[in-house]
Design a protein around this ligand. Structure first.
Ligand SMILES: NC(=O)c1ccc[n+]([C@@H]2O[C@H](COP(=O)([O-])OP(=O)(O)OC[C@H]3O[C@@H](n4cnc5c(N)ncnc54)[C@H](O)[C@@H]3O)[C@@H](O)[C@H]2O)c1
Length: 429
């Protein structure tokens, strides 16, 4: 029997990741029964892209109860702006409905607590769609740790690099306001903290961090003019802006493939009402950081040394996982179409036993977003978890909460200059 899905937040991600596949690949298993968004233009964007959704009923921000009554969904997909996640997750749980939510599950530890408490009272269950877990390199690392190749994990080095195109996109969009996105230590780093939690099977206990706004905001060194309220599409000094001219010439946008960023370079095409995703990266309303370093301690003794930077010449990460029996190492390059230098053709995992011969693992990659992770995640969501997989990979609300708890502890530590306990952030009783 087909499951009935209603979508709260008809975002780019909702349309590309969930609605499209629901209509095409999973149409035997899933039915889209309702669309809810604060902005009617988003319903229009969805219906223009997928004319087969023309008759799907549309609901506004305060119509959740009405939508449930009229469309009788089995599952609510939560894919709007991050600050809207908690309210729709909690409402869905109050109706005893299952929830699939995009990361981050919420923007604060306090909202994670409200969600976990609501779930405890509900017949509904929360799943957080952490697609990074599904990339073939990441699942292989998980398997190697489960096979015992590193022993007990003792330390992790993770340095994440976001390129100038992707990094700038967060400062052009709603993500740049902490109250809306939680800041990048939650909005983005929660992905990375979740990977570490999942790989190691350990819970984060305490974080200490530094952070800064170095590249964006009014004091960004490359700001061509101190003036608020500009948009890339209409900016009179865009030819003096390195972040703009890197990807556009005077007469046209350079075609840059990016599955989920869409038109951030000149977002004037009008996909939203009263909001443009090409706001100036140097505006003074920006109140988040673009650079962090953090140390995190885990409950079984692992220590994480983490950094992230949102304005770099190429995108990817460097990872090392050390344990009592060996070491795993990998370097990933993302978005090769945006990297102007030669990079290795195939990405590998290197394994060094503490004593013995090194192994190089050539991981089989797959088609699709996020290193081939997105399509496999979708199969688990719409067809049910793969019965052949021997370990849990879909995340529940607790994993969602610990990734956010770590992100908030990092930000609080930056602000307060002291180590912050993750369970204090999550109000664990
Ligand atoms: N896992 C991933 O790799 C990945 C990638 C991209 C985005 N995401 C997540 O997907 C979500 C959407 O991101 P996006 O960049 O596609 O967003 P977007 O800017 O395209 O859309 C945000 C949507 O939220 C809607 N919205 C705002 N306030 C609302 C309210 N009160 N009620 C209902 N809807 C409201 C807006 O109208 C808009 O349709 C975010 O949570 C983001 O973190 C995840």
């Amino acid at each position: 029997m087909k499951k009935r899905y209603a979508v709260c937040g008809v975002s780019n991600r909702a349309i590309g990741m969930f609605i499209g596949p629901m209509l095409k690949t999973f149409s035997q298993h899933a039915e889209l029964v309702g669309l809810l968004d604060v902005d009617p233009r988003r319903h229009e964007v969805c219906k223009t892209k997928f004319p087969e959704t023309a008759s799907v009923p549309e609901y506004g921000e305060s119509d959740f109860d009405l939508m449930v009554k009229e469309t009788k969904p089995d599952v609510i997909i939560v894919t709007g702006r991050d600050d809207t996640h908690a309210r729709y997750i909690i409402k869905a749980l109050e109706h005893d409905l299952d929830v699939m939510t995009e990361k981050p599950m919420a923007t604060t530890g306090a909202d994670c607590r409200r969600i976990m408490d609501a779930e405890a009272r509900s017949k509904g269950k929360v799943t957080v769609t952490f697609n990074y877990r599904y990339s073939p390199i990441h699942t292989r690392i998980k398997e190697m740790i489960l096979e015992g190749k590193v022993g007990r994990v003792t330390s992790i080095d993770l340095n994440w690099y976001i390129d100038t195109y992707h990094g700038a996109s967060y400062f052009k969009r709603w993500n740049r306001i902490r109250e809306i996105s939680g800041g990048l230590s939650i909005h983005k780093s929660s992905h990375h903290f979740d990977l570490v939690n999942w790989w190691t099977g350990q819970k984060p206990v305490e974080a200490f961090a530094f952070g800064a706004l170095n590249y964006y905001g009014p004091n960004g060194e490359l700001n061509p003019k101190k003036e608020d309220g500009r948009f890339c599409g209409t900016c009179d000094v865009k030819q003096d802006c390195e972040y703009f001219t890197r990807w556009s010439t005077r007469s046209k946008d350079v075609a840059v493939k990016d599955d989920h960023l869409g038109t951030v370079q000149t977002g004037e095409k009008g996909g939203y009402t009263g909001y443009r995703p090409d706001m100036c990266i140097y505006d003074s309303e920006i109140n988040i950081e673009d650079t962090y370093t953090a140390t995190v301690r885990y409950d079984q003794g692992a220590l994480l040394s983490y950094s992230v930077n949102f304005s770099l010449p190429y995108e990817g990460y460097r990872l090392a996982i050390n344990g009592t029996k060996g070491r795993i190492e990998t370097t990933e390059y993302h978005m090769p179409n945006r990297i102007p230098f030669p990079i290795p053709e195939q990405q590998t995992i290197e394994y060094y036993p503490l004593f013995g011969s090194k192994e190089i693992i050539h991981v089989v990659m797959r088609e699709g977003g996020h290193g081939g992770g997105d399509p496999v995640l979708l199969e688990d969501i719409f067809l049910g978890p793969d019965p052949k997989r021997k370990y849990a990979i879909l995340s529940g609300s607790q994993d969602g909460a610990y990734s956010i708890g770590t992100g908030e502890a990092v930000w609080r530590s930056v602000k307060e200059g002291r180590p912050v306990k993750i369970e204090d952030v999550l109000q664990v009783k």
